[in-house]
Design a protein around this ligand. Structure first.
Ligand SMILES: Cc1ncc(COP(=O)(O)O)c(C=O)c1O
Length: 419
């Protein structure tokens, strides 16, 4: 990589120059960094038609909004980004909310939005030198890193908690990652990976710690705006664990706004499980982030201490947004609704936005006239145990046509679908 000047600012406002040697947290206060752009320059360089003309349907459509230059041909082996944005017509009529859309990021190479972040960190790693990249993860960031590293042939190791869902573990094994299962939770895996980075000089892709992950995640907002034909929705609902996705969503929207591509900004709604709600609680109680003892079946948003919590809070506040806390039961109901009403099977964490929307509609905090985008962040196939447990009995029969007749004569209540 040509040594480009990358400027950054930490959440407390310290400005720093990001270099090959120093690109993690703020040297002054240790808080997370955000990459800065010269929007007056970008305003002259980008236009709405530029992206269309690129003919590229992946995150590499947005090269002007990346902090460093690289040859995209070297890295575009897998299709990352440009996932579908569906008008959720059946759910829309059920909820009396005509303008309801679902951004389906389960359609990424490793099955989650994390691929947007993983590729940015991986490119930065390869362009700056280290031959080994590592991450601590509740599962998706790790399986993404394993998948993308396999595609590029890069050495990688992942630190995961012992309760990682089996399907995510299977992904790590099949992609050939070095899996380090830590006898503890996500937070202890995270701490250990940072210590390993310091000791062995490996490149670390951890959420929050590495500012380039946000630069990948922000592309989801560019796509939403383009796919809505440059109209800006009223609300975007985002599931929140560490808070890096929501801060990325906000970054992407601000990029387009300050580059003069859109004229208004949506309000962001942070959705958390009641079992892991450090960011939402801080927002609702108008205070700083305090760690919690997390426990939710939505494993991807189960964190004690949100690693990008300050930037997440900033995103909610700056967007004049909202935070909503939902119990796991409502998350599972939302998961079922997404699947049986729209044909989109999303893991519990990625279904939380629908649960949050339903709650806010019920509490009349959002009107049916608003346009809403739900971020569906990861595939339901990544964690099937909860679904199977909650699915009720199966029809088990002998191979006999009379048996088929018998079970179909039983009345099927349509309300069963929404139980
Ligand atoms: C599917 C899915 N949804 C939501 C999240 C939450 O993102 P963040 O931790 O950046 O808030 C994650 C993070 O792992 C995830 O994998």
């Amino acid at each position: 990589m040509k040594e480009t000047i990358i400027r950054g600012e930490c959440v407390r406002g310290h400005k720093i120059r990001i270099t090959r040697e120093h690109h993690y947290t703020c040297p002054d206060c240790g808080s997370n960094l955000d990459i800065l752009y010269d929007y007056s320059l970008l305003k002259k360089k980008v236009s709405r038609s530029l992206f269309r003309k690129s003919g590229e349907f992946s995150i590499f459509r947005y090269l002007e909004f990346f902090p460093f230059r690289f040859r995209k041909e070297d890295y575009s082996r897998l299709q990352i980004g440009w996932t579908p944005l569906y008008h959720a017509s059946r759910l829309a009529s059920l909820l009396h909310l005509p303008s309801l859309y679902i951004k389906d990021d389960s359609r990424q190479p490793s099955g989650s939005l994390k691929d947007r972040a993983g590729i940015m960190a991986l490119i930065h790693c390869l362009e700056t030198g280290p031959k080994m990249i590592i991450a601590a993860s509740t599962g998706n960031a790790a399986s993404s890193l394993a998948c993308l590293s396999a595609g590029l042939g890069t050495g990688n190791a992942v630190f995961v908690p012992k309760n990682i869902p089996r399907a995510k573990l299977a992904q790590l094994r099949v992609y050939g990652s070095r899996v380090i299962m830590v006898n503890g939770n996500y937070d202890s895996a995270y701490e250990l990976s940072v210590r390993a980075t310091e000791k062995f000089g490996w490149y670390n892709r951890n959420t929050g710690f590495n500012p380039f992950t946000r630069e990948g995640k922000k592309t989801v907002s560019y796509e939403i705006i383009e796919q809505l034909n440059w109209s800006v929705p009223d609300y975007i609902f985002v599931p929140v664990g560490d808070g890096n996705i929501i801060s990325g969503v906000w970054k992407g929207l601000k990029d387009f706004y300050y580059a003069g591509l859109i004229r208004k900004l949506p309000r962001l709604v942070a959705v958390q499980s009641s079992g892991s709600a450090a960011v939402a609680r801080a927002f609702l109680e108008k205070r700083g982030i305090r760690p919690v003892k997390a426990g939710t079946l939505a494993d991807s948003i189960s964190v004690d201490f949100p690693r990008d919590g300050d930037f997440a809070l900033k995103a909610i506040i700056e967007s004049d947004g909202l935070a909503v806390i939902v119990p796991d039961k409502e998350i599972l109901q939302a998961q079922k609704l997404l699947a049986c009403c729209q044909g989109i099977f999303i893991e519990p964490s990625g279904s939380a936005p629908l649960a949050g929307l339903m709650r806010l509609l019920k509490e009349k905090k959002i009107s049916g006239k608003k346009s809403v985008v739900l971020l569906a962040t990861g595939s339901g196939l990544k964690d099937i145990d909860a679904v199977l447990r909650g699915s009720g009995p199966l029809d088990r029969i002998e191979p006999d046509i009379r048996e088929v007749e018998r079970i179909f004569r039983k009345k099927t209540r349509s309300s069963d679908l929404f139980a």
